[in-house]
Design a protein around this ligand. Structure first.
Ligand code: SAM
Length: 223
C-alpha cells in the first residue's frame, strides 16, 4: 500500500481563501523586490531578457507581479490553486500576463527544459523532506541548462511559543494547534538544504549558514 502523503494544502487553501476574501495582510504584500538585496538583484540581473520564470509557491503573487513588470514571462503555481489564479488575475488587472500552472504538491505541470529561472521563496520549508526532494527533481526536469534558482528557507519556528507541533519521523513539524494548525514546517540543517541541490546544480551563493533567520541560496542548473 502506498504511504499516505503528508502535506499542508488544506492549511494553505484556508489561509489564501481567507486573504482573498478579507484582504491581503501587509506581510503578504511587500515584495522581495521592494528592497535592495544583493542576492535577489543578482538573480534578476543574471536572467536573460524575456526569460521564463516560475514563481513556485507564489502565494498571492507579491513576487510574481514585479517579475512580470520587469518583462519576464512569468508562470506561477501554488498548491492552493486560488493563489495562482488570484496572481494571474492581478496581472491581468495591470495589463500583464502571468500563466497560472498546476502543481499538486510534488509535481509541476510544465514541460521538460522549459524554465530559465525559479523562485522558491519560503516554500520548501513547508513540505516534508521527501516532497522537497521530489520538487527539486521536478525543478531539475523543467529547468533549461543554466537556469537559475533562488530559494529561501525560513527560520526555525520550534522555539516560538505558538509552535504546538508534532514531529514527524523525517523531522518535519506538523502544527496541531494555534494559528498554524495544519501547517508543515521543516527545520532544515544547512547540509540538508545544500543536499537538495547537490546534484545537477551549481551553488553560486548560500547566505545565512550561521544565522537563525532566513537562509537563501542561488543555484544554477548544470547538465
Ligand atoms: C510562506 S508562503 C510563501 C508564499 C510566497 N512564496 C511569498 O513569498 O509570498 C508558502 C507558500 O507555499 C505554498 N505551498 C506549500 N506547499 C506547497 C507545495 N507542495 N507546492 C506548491 N506550493 C506550496 C503555500 O500554499 C503558500 O502559498
Amino acid at each position: 500500500m502506498a504511504a499516505q502523503r503528508i502535506y499542508s494544502g488544506e492549511f494553505w487553501e484556508r489561509i489564501i481563501d481567507d486573504a482573498i476574501e478579507n484582504g491581503v495582510p501587509e506581510s503578504w504584500q511587500e515584495s522581495i523586490f521592494d528592497d535592495e538585496h544583493p542576492l535577489v538583484d543578482a538573480f534578476v540581473e543574471r536572467l536573460p531578457d524575456g526569460a521564463r520564470v516560475l514563481d513556485f509557491g507564489c502565494g498571492l503573487g507579491r513576487n510574481a507581479l514585479p517579475l512580470a513588470r520587469r518583462g519576464f514571462r512569468v508562470s506561477a503555481c501554488d498548491v492552493a490553486e486560488a493563489g495562482s489564479r488570484f496572481t494571474a488575475e492581478r496581472a491581468r488587472g495591470e495589463g500583464l500576463a502571468i500563466e497560472a500552472v498546476g502543481c499538486d504538491g510534488d509535481s509541476i505541470a510544465m514541460g521538460d527544459e522549459s524554465v530559465d529561472g525559479f523562485l522558491a521563496w519560503s516554500v520548501l520549508d513547508h513540505v516534508t523532506l521527501a516532497d522537497a526532494t521530489s520538487l527539486t527533481l521536478e525543478f531539475a526536469r523543467i529547468a533549461r541548462a543554466g537556469a537559475l534558482l533562488l530559494v529561501s528557507i525560513d527560520e526555525d519556528k520550534s522555539k516560538d511559543p505558538e509552535s504546538v507541533a508534532e514531529v514527524l519521523p523525517d523531522g518535519t513539524h506538523r502544527y496541531t494547534g494555534g494559528r498554524r494548525e495544519g501547517m508543515l514546517f521543516r527545520p532544515y540543517t544547512n547540509k540538508e538544504i545544500l543536499g537538495l541541490f547537490a546534484e545537477g546544480w551549481e551553488r553560486l551563493v548560500f547566505e545565512g549558514a550561521d544565522a537563525t533567520v532566513h537562509r537563501r541560496g542561488l543555484f544554477r542548473r548544470v547538465r
